[in-house]
Design a binder for this molecule. Structure first.
Ligand code: TRP
Ligand code: ZN
Ligand code: CA
Length: 462
């Protein structure tokens, strides 16, 4: 359930280091230890040239929530009950469809979304799209996520497409729980009459003024994301959206493939046709899982990804929990990541202090300060923190970056078994809620007896 990518991650050290014996006279360090334990040597650092190009750095990982699988499945159960109470389906023109719309709408209204029901007519019956806007964000940059809410007449449509509908509903509710204030505007959509040929989504796009189409920065489609014999497919459309999903799955260590089971077969197609950047996830329909795919994803080769596709057996039993869980978390990851503040990438301005600070053995935390001046606005979500600590057992060392606000960002935990020397590393911190200019501190504590060391230098790259 948990996306195991921390907000801070470590990248390899970038420069060679002198040995400890070449640099420090230990008796002096020990004599000063008590004095230095609580003081913060103030280095008035001037910007120095960037040691390496900014574009070689990894992107910041922003904190998206873990979407609770149980909540997603609770929505599926509700949709299943709705089908059961309405002749076994949730199809366009049947009462189970409107009941599905009302279930989803009720949750969204209670969570603070602005909802709109858009009516259209298809095959002589009234159809409904449900649109939900999260107040705020740049109205000229909309990140839209959609799933079709209708089923075929032959069944309840749990994988197709209770899965996508429930995942985006729970993601929308997570936006509300977080009271997210994304830079871009968030919109969610539940489409009607997809099974009649993308009718609802096409109606929406056709009736959206041209100026409003241009405001949709991305449309993300989720149709069949809990297939019982799942594959992990990413749509091959907009490169940024595609890469966002691939990054998520790379973080899980789960391989993905490009979706090939029909490019125009779901609600992203009307958006793509008018030039909106699109992407999405898919766990497979009636195509057969190959031996190679079963090898990497598990499941059964020679069998369809969803043997109950468009059948009466597309019930709540027709869901692979792992696939639904991963894909639901991926929805949230993409929504969070793609709507986040568009903060300029690091300019490469480096502030550095070379002042040594002794780290007392198994003692109090010490800090080293760095005064940052002349950087406008907030710190980047990709603030680089370069640390050069000489130590004879680095597992003893806990390191935090303290922002001007006083907030601590954990860079490194202790790890008793890590007996290697020195911490020479560059960490990436999402420091976007900190004003860049001000006093930053590196806080270091040695938490185990015997080995010790000192801060040799550290730097921030803006
Ligand atoms: N609801 C779609 C359909 O019935 C399911 C589907 C099939 C699909 N192939 C796809 C969805 C490819 C996304 C991508 O056609
Ligand atoms: Zn379908
Ligand atoms: Ca120690």
């Amino acid at each position: 359930m948990k996306l195991s990518v921390p907000g801070v991650r470590r990248i390899p050290a970038i420069r060679a280091i002198p040995t400890i014996s070449a640099r420090v006279a230990l008796p002096v360090g020990l004599a000063l230890a008590g004095l230095l334990a609580t003081t913060a040597p103030s280095a008035t650092a001037a910007p120095v040239a960037s040691p390496r190009p900014a574009q070689s750095a990894p992107a910041a990982v922003l904190a998206a929530p873990d979407i609770p699988l149980a909540n997603v499945k609770a929505h599926l159960t509700q949709l299943s009950s709705i089908a059961a109470a309405n002749g076994g389906n949730r199809a366009h023109g049947r009462p189970g469809y409107l009941a599905s719309v009302n279930y989803v709408k009720g949750k969204l209204d209670a969570a603070g979304f602005t909802t709109t029901v858009q009516q259209f007519t298809s095959s002589g019956a009234t159809g409904y799209n449900l649109i939900a806007d999260w107040p705020g964000g740049d109205p000229n940059q909309v990140i839209m996520s959609g799933s079709h809410l209708d089923s075929v007449t032959s069944g309840a449509g749990m994988n197709d497409n209770g899965s996508g509908s429930s995942a985006i509903l729970e993601t929308a509710l997570a936006v509300s729980r977080a009271q997210l204030q994304p830079a871009k505007h968030l919109r969610f959509a539940w489409w009607g009459a997809e099974e009649l040929g993308l009718v609802g989504s096409r109606y929406y796009v056709t009736n959206l003024p041209t100026a409003d189409r241009a405001k949709i920065s991305g449309y993300l489609n989720f149709d069949m994301i809990g297939s019982p014999n799942p594959g992990y497919f990413v749509y091959d459309d907009d490169p940024t959206i595609e890469q966002t999903f691939k990054d998520y799955y790379a973080g899980l260590g789960v391989p993905t493939e490009i979706e090939t089971e029909g490019d125009g077969r779901s609600d992203h197609a009307p958006f793509a046709n008018v030039g909106v950047p699109v992407g999405g996830l898919f766990s497979g329909a009636d195509y057969t899982k190959t031996a190679a795919q079963a090898q990497k994803w598990g499941g059964t080769s020679g069998q369809a990804f969803d043997r109950c596709y468009h059948s009466s057996c597309d019930t709540t039993a027709n869901i692979n929990d792992t696939a639904l869980d991963r894909n639901s978390d991926a929805v949230a990851y993409a929504v969070w990541t793609l709507s986040a503040a568009t903060v300029p990438p690091p300019t490469g301005t480096v502030f550095e202090t070379l002042t040594d600070v002794t780290i007392p053995d198994n003692g109090a935390a010490i800090t080293s300060s760095l005064n940052v001046t002349g950087i406008a606005g907030n710190a980047p979500p990709t603030l680089r923190v370069g640390v050069d600590i000489k130590h004879t057992w680095r597992g003893d060392v806990v390191i935090d970056l303290i922002g001007p606000s006083g907030t601590a960002y954990r860079l490194k935990n202790s790890s008793g078994s890590d007996s290697a020397d020195n911490v020479i590393a560059t960490y990436t911190v999402n420091a976007s809620s900190e004003v860049a200019s001000g006093l930053w501190r590196l806080r270091v504590q040695d938490v185990a007896a015997q080995d010790t060391g000192y801060i040799d230098s550290w730097r921030l790259t803006f």
